[in-house]
Ligand binder design. Structure first.
Ligand code: GDP
Ligand code: MG
Length: 297
């Protein structure tokens, strides 16, 4: 553990799906801890991202977006995960979009009102705001919604104003030695990140409902001097989804494989041999037992 750390605490990043929570954490950490797509429900797990600067260790908690209609077991688990991150937090970053306020944002804010921790509101995606005067009114509207400790406009994508946020956070951390080793960036294994990167490519390529019905499991991850060899299973819920994921003549699966392999090669710094299999498991997302086996907490 880094010996000179005097302050350390948990910072929960919450908000409705798609506001940019994972983008923000990746931007601060300077590495891809959490996958990002333009689709909601991309983040399914609680992911810790550890940022140690000088005497402070900030433990960011990326959460699945809290969503309203949680019909499947998986979605209920995701909501529970996000709620438990709130309960443990020393500081809450409530992320929303600067140019949009929805009933879902309102829902999340309602839950924050019961929590003990101070809340900083982040108005993200300010790069999308034109004219710039519109930002002033967005800021003042936000301040009226809750007694936030601060309201800060940012662009996670363009790394805008994140330094200001990082200057503020240490003030909220309790006195504590470091909880994680210096070099640790996330609590997740390399296999977890590999599965997530494959799921990101699937989510980007597939339309509508299909990404929500699949999950990726790494069956083999073998490091050899000449490269790594990875076997992954893409679990879907129905036969019809299998056909879509494979695509005509296997074209979708090939594309996913190519894109994932390129990113993994870059990330791991060695050649990657990737084999993908698509298998059907009826309603895995509604079975608590399957979900636990597949690593959903
Ligand atoms: P999450 O569901 O809250 O984790 O959101 P993601 O981080 O997955 O981002 C959702 C989408 O918003 C992605 O397409 C991001 O590229 C995009 N996004 C995130 N931050 C910004 C930003 O500051 N500006 C713009 N224009 N897009 C952003
Ligand atoms: Mg996310």
């Amino acid at each position: 553990m880094p010996g000179n750390v005097s302050h350390c605490g948990f910072v929960a990043v919450v908000g409705r799906p798609n506001v940019g929570k994972s983008t923000l954490i990746n931007a601060i950490l300077g590495s891809k801890v959490s996958i990002v797509t333009p689709k909601p429900q991309t983040t399914r797990h609680r992911i810790l991202a550890v940022h140690t600067i000088g005497e402070c260790q900030i433990v960011f908690v990326d959460t699945p977006g809290l969503h309203r209609r949680a019909t499947k077991t998986m979605n209920r688990m995701m909501n529970r995960t996000a709620a438990s991150a709130l309960a443990d937090a020393d500081l809450i970053l409530f992320v929303s979009e600067a140019n949009r306020w929805t009933v879902e944002d309102q829902d999340v804010l309602k839950r924050l009102k019961d929590s003990q921790a101070p809340v900083i509101a982040l108005l993200n995606k300010i790069d999308k705001i034109h004219p710039k005067e519109a930002l002033l009114s967005a800021l003042s509207k936000m301040s009226e919604r809750h007694s936030f400790d601060q309201v800060i406009p940012i662009s996670a994508k363009l790394n805008d104003n994140l330094d200001r946020l990082l200057e503020l956070i240490p003030n909220y951390l309790p006195e504590s030695p470091a909880l994680f080793p210096d070099e640790m960036v996330t609590d997740r294994s390399e296999s977890f990140h590999i599965a997530e990167i494959i799921r990101e490519k699937l989510t980007l390529l597939l339309r509508q409902e299909v990404p929500y019905g699949l999950t990726v499991e790494i069956e083999q991850f073998k490091k050899e001097p000449e490269g790594v060899s990875i076997n992954a299973v893409i679990w879907v819920e129905r036969d019809s989804q299998k056909g879509i994921v494979v695509g005509k003549g296997g074209n979708v699966l090939k594309k996913v494989g190519r894109q994932a392999r390129l990113e993994l090669k870059e990330r791991l710094g060695i050649p990657v041999h990737l084999e993908l299999w698509v298998k059907v498991k009826d309603n895995w997302a509604d079975s608590e037992k399957e979900l636990l086996r597949l690593g959903y907490e």
